[in-house]
Each structure stands twice: as C-alpha cells, then as structure tokens.
Design a protein around this ligand. Structure first.
Ligand SMILES: NC(=O)c1ccc[n+]([C@@H]2O[C@H](COP(=O)([O-])OP(=O)(O)OC[C@H]3O[C@@H](n4cnc5c(N)ncnc54)[C@H](OP(=O)(O)O)[C@@H]3O)[C@@H](O)[C@H]2O)c1
Length: 257
C-alpha cells in the first residue's frame, strides 16, 4: 500500500464489465477508492486492471481487484481478504453482479434456476451480510435489479432472470429495515443498457427494447446507471432507503394510452 489518499472505498461486484466497470470508473473519478469484484473471467479483469493503471490510477491506493463467486458465502468470505486500513474505509457496496439464462420453462432445469438465483439473489444476500459484518464504516448498499422483475414487462424467454429480479425490491426493503438506521439500502431497476450482457439479444429485440418501446427512444448507457449509483451513495440523499428506483427511459410505463 502507498500513501492511502482515498478516504472512502466502494465495493462493486461484477465491476469488470458493463454497468459495474462504468460505476467503478465513475466512483474513482469522484474521489472514492474501489474494490472491483469479478467472477470467472480473469482475462477481462486483467485487461481492466491494465486499463486503470494506464489511466493513472494506482493499484492498492486507488483500486483493488478481488475474485470471488458472489453466489457462495464461503467464496465471499475467502475472497474478500482486504487490508484493515482499506476495510475500515469501505462505506458503499454496489451489488451489481448479475447473470441470465434464456430458454423456455420446459427447457430450463433446476441447475439453471439455481445458477441465476445464486448470483442475482444470493449474491446480494452474501455480499450484504459480509459488508454489514466486516465494514465498520458501512453506510449504503445499492442493489442492481431490473425492470424485468415487474410482472407486466417480464419475459417468457428470460423467465428465470425476470423472477430473480422480482426479488430485488422486496429484498432491498427488508434489508433496509434490518440494517437501518446506520446502513441505507436502495435498488436501481435499469431498463435495457448497452453492455456485454446485451450480446445475447438480437438486433430486432435491441430496437424493440430501445427505440420502439421507450419514451426516450433509445436504450441506456452504463454511465447513466453509474451516475445514479454515485447519487444514491451520497449522504446528500441520506433520507432515501428501502425503495427501488427505475432508470429505463420510460419503458415500464410506456403502455399508458
Ligand atoms: N445490461 C442491461 O440491459 C441490464 C438491464 C437491467 C439490469 N441489468 C443488471 O445490471 C447488472 C450488470 O449488468 P451488465 O449488463 O453490466 O452485466 P455484464 O456486462 O454481463 O457483467 C456481469 C458482471 O457480473 C460478474 N459476475 C457474473 N457471475 C458472477 C459470480 N458468480 N460472482 C461474481 N461476479 C459475477 C461478471 O464477472 P465475470 O465475467 O468475471 O464472471 C461481470 O463482471 C446485472 O445485475 C444485470 O442483471 C442489466
């Protein structure tokens, strides 16, 4: 460790890709140190590590990379070995890691449900438990859900994802009640955002989710979710807890006639 100039740190799960990486960059640009967590893709983590160094950030002082499978409590406990000096400065957790598995109800098996629920639901549970137990300065948890958790915009070909994301608002509310008043817990429910996760969708679907069916006539940018994370982490909005906020260009209310 060097001069430890950062006074606050944020942990961002799934911080090597899409929304998570944009959030890590945005927190770094706004004074936070970041602990960037990733799952399986060590190659991508390494390329982001090199990129941050090339941007002038220092490993140890400004950022740390941590590998853990958020779906497994043991892996979180073993992976999150963080120097005490940094751990004491962690104030924010962004539960962003998320996965999906497409297919019809008949095609999908129990292990598919376990895989998606493992990351999208138990990931939040495991990380929030670790954070609230191990970080004495903890003050905000931000969970990334999805508008697909709303019944009226859930998708049959992505049903496990939709059902797992439906858990996020209630989980957010109960964790807020459980961890308050010291730790606020809030969820962001994005619409379609331009990230590697959209690689699974066709150009037709992409147009449908953006231009055709949003009020704002476009899909979202990862930086727009990153900005919302930074905003909600701030004590300036310290009266917000237990709620979920949609950031979807109006997709989920576009049915209004
Ligand atoms: N993109 C969208 O349109 C959209 C819309 C609504 C909500 N969201 C939600 O926003 C979040 C981020 O989405 P994104 O599109 O930015 O995703 P992404 O680009 O696919 O990145 C997912 C991240 O999650 C990590 N991850 C996956 N499984 C993990 C595990 N078991 N343990 C730890 N980390 C794991 C991945 O790391 P490895 O690759 O190293 O495993 C990766 O860094 C997700 O929760 C997603 O459901 C996205």
């Amino acid at each position: 460790m060097g001069n430890n100039s950062r006074t606050q740190f944020a942990i961002i799960t799934g911080g090597t890709s899409g929304i998570g990486y944009a959030t890590a960059r945005h927190f770094l640009e706004n004074g936070y140190g970041v602990i960037i967590m990733f799952g399986n893709d060590t190659g991508r983590a390494e390329s982001k590590r090199v990129e941050l160094i090339s941007l002038g950030y220092s490993e140890g002082d400004d950022f740390l990379f941590v590998h853990a499978d958020v779906s497994l409590e043991d892996s979180v406990e073993r992976g999150l070995v963080i120097p005490n000096i940094v751990r004491g400065k962690i104030t924010v957790l962004v539960n962003n890691a998320g996965v999906l598995k497409r297919g019809s109800f008949q095609e999908l098996c129990t292990s598919d449900w376990e895989y998606v629920f493992g990351v999208n639901v138990f990931g939040i549970v495991n990380m929030t438990k670790w954070f609230s137990k191990n970080c004495p300065s903890a003050r905000a948890v931000i969970n990334i859900g999805s508008i697909r958790g709303f019944t009226h915009v859930s998708r049959l070909n992505n049903m496990i994802y939709s059902v797992s994301k439906a858990c996020v608002p209630t989980l957010t509310a109960v964790l807020a009640k459980q961890l308050g008043p010291h730790i606020r817990v809030i969820a962001i429910l994005p619409g379609t955002i331009d990230t590697p996760q959209r690689q699974g969708i066709t150009e037709e679907e992409f147009k449908l989710y953006g231009e055709d069916n949003t009020i704002l006539k476009r899909i979202g940018r990862p930086e727009e979710i990153a900005e919302m994370c930074l905003f909600l982490a701030s004590e300036k909005v310290g009266y917000i807890t237990g709620t979920s906020i949609t950031v979807d260009g109006g997709y989920s209310v576009n049915y209004i006639q």
